[in-house]
Design a protein around this ligand. Structure first.
Ligand code: GLN
Length: 502
């Protein structure tokens, strides 16, 4: 195999490892060298060189012994929202916050444990917005991550480090989490592929909690095929997560490959009805995003799909609904960070109440404080009915709107975000960021699976040649159909193969 190892995705690496074209140790060393060379991108918050090499040589031994699985010896990295057993991995868990600086978890998140059990090699922990609150990775207490296509731009967020690392070819794949778009939007901004599965498909056990009724884990990689391989290993019922879906283990790779009834080699998507919600194509959508999304839709049509007009009339309302429900849940989840059991504790303090106050004032950044205040307010006596209860009712109506669409189509498509990646360091009003979540929030509130698939590049001057993602949303537990659709597109196009020059 002559291609440099960092250019290969998960499926190709697995083939090379199985054929003994290279070892996992060689692969791990090559990627570690590249990570060091491009440390300026800010993708990683923690690495463990020796630990990763030990895992790689164990993987090589398993391959030699013939006991390897499909992911044995594949290096990857985890968003720093997943806790990693410090004694096992030597990797701290910070959630991008000062509050958890240097925190040594006594256990692994289920998603991490499953990927470790599958034989993957952990290269480190990836930068993210503090407690996954943000859209640009600029809310990280440890500095921003940079977009490899243009380091003066953001990579998106909150899984910004994951997106940067995959797009820059520092890792073939990474884990991410998505509460309101945090896998899909950074995937779109960096030209990679990411899937947020149906709520309940991946265990939330050991994911630092933001908004528990929305949080979901998923893979971020170069292709739908690589995402399918990762998701099969990450997902599955977990009795330690009360909202985990009780379903048998899924082989998403086999589902991705399964031909549609009536399909042919040239028309693999024959009979697939793709719904275009008119609210996802407003006049204000940038020409860059609209152009790329339309060209991807034209490709899907060539592959046999038909486009149908549908409507999600409460799309705009998903912004206030999400930005009430998510902060409400966050204010409750983050109450555990009080300086008593773990995490930061203020050094100078008076009585217990003063210790709580100073600890939280020092440990949380401004966006996290804003959300705790909003959340505490909307849950408070007298305001609960006016805000939180109303938002819950609307959430149900938004989910019902999707079911009406799925009467008329199999998959919903549209943009992931209204623009391409914006410039780093701009003083953006928080509201600007909230509004930019408009196309990812509806699916999140409904708990539906969603993907971002590379759909080309912006060609306006302002767009700066940056990547654009196509969003695909499926009905509950239709990950296989989303991956099949994205895979068909990627077999026919090469947007996902384009690499940034660093
Ligand atoms: N941008 C959204 C927010 O700030 C989504 C974040 C996420 O999905 N974790 O809440």
């Amino acid at each position: 195999m002559s291609a440099p190892l960092h250019t290969l995705g998960v499926a190709d690496l697995a083939r090379g490892l199985a054929a003994k074209a290279f070892s996992s140790v060689e692969l791990t060393q090559a990627l570690q060298a590249r990570m060091a060379q491009h440390a300026g991108l800010g993708a990683f918050l923690a690495t463990n060189q020796e630990g990763a090499l030990a895992e790689a040589s164990a993987a090589d031994a398993a391959i030699a012994a013939g006991s390897a699985g499909p992911l044995t010896g594949i290096p990857l990295a985890h968003k720093d929202i997943f806790v990693t057993d410090f004694a096992r991995s030597g990797l701290a868990t910070t959630a991008g916050s000062q509050m958890l600086k240097g925190y040594a978890s006594p256990f692994d998140a289920t998603v991490v444990a499953r990927l470790v059990a599958a034989g993957t090699v952990t290269l480190g922990k990836l930068n993210c917005d503090e407690f996954a609150m943000g859209s640009a990775n600029e809310n990280s207490a440890y500095g921003p991550a940079r977009n490899p296509w243009d380091p003066t731009r953001v990579p998106g967020g909150s899984s910004g480090g994951s997106a940067t690392a995959v797009a820059a070819r520092l890792v073939p794949a990474a884990t991410g989490t998505d509460t309101g778009g945090s896998i899909r939007q950074p995937a779109s901004f960096t030209g990679i592929t990411g899937i947020k599965p149906t709520y309940g498909v991946c265990s939330r056990y050991g994911m630092v909690a933001f908004a528990s009724s929305l949080d979901q884990a998923g893979p971020m990689a170069r292709s739908a095929e690589d995402c399918a391989l990762l998701l099969s290993a990450m997902s599955g019922f977990d009795e330690r997560d009360a909202t985990s879906a009780e379903r048998p283990p899924q082989d998403f790779h086999a589902q991705m490959l399964r031909p549609r009834e009536g399909a042919s080699a040239s028309k693999p998507l024959q009979g697939l009805r793709i719904g275009l919600p008119k609210e996802f194509f407003p006049a204000a959508l940038t020409a860059d995003v609209n152009g790329a999304v339309r060209s991807a839709l034209a490709e899907l049509e060539k592959l046999g799909a038909t486009l149908v007009d549908v409507s999600l009339p409460r799309t705009e309302l998903s912004i206030p609904v999400y930005y009430l429900i998510a902060p409400a849940e966050a204010s409750s989840n983050l109450s555990r960070f009080d300086g008593v059991k773990f995490g930061h504790r203020a050094e100078q303090h008076g009585d217990l109440l003063d210790m709580y106050k100073k600890t939280r004032a020092e440990g949380f950044g401004p966006e996290v404080k804003r959300r705790i205040m909003i959340g505490a307010y909307v849950l408070s006596h007298g305001y609960y009915d006016a805000y939180y209860l109303q938002a819950q009712k609307l959430r149900r109506m938004i989910a019902d709107d999707f079911q009406a669409c799925f009467q008329r189509c199999d998959v919903i498509a549209g943009p992931v975000a209204p623009t391409v990646a914006w410039a780093l360091g701009q003083k953006r009003n928080p509201l600007q960021d909230y509004l930019a979540d408009i196309f990812t929030l509806p699916g999140s509130l409904a708990g539906l699976p969603g993907m971002s698939v590379p759909a080309g590049f912006a060609n306006s001057e302002e767009g700066g040649g940056l990547p654009v993602g196509l969003q695909l949303i499926g009905n509950y537990f239709q990950e296989g159909q989303l991956l099949h659709t994205a895979h068909a597109l990627q077999q026919a196009t090469d947007w996902h193969l384009k690499e940034p020059t660093l």
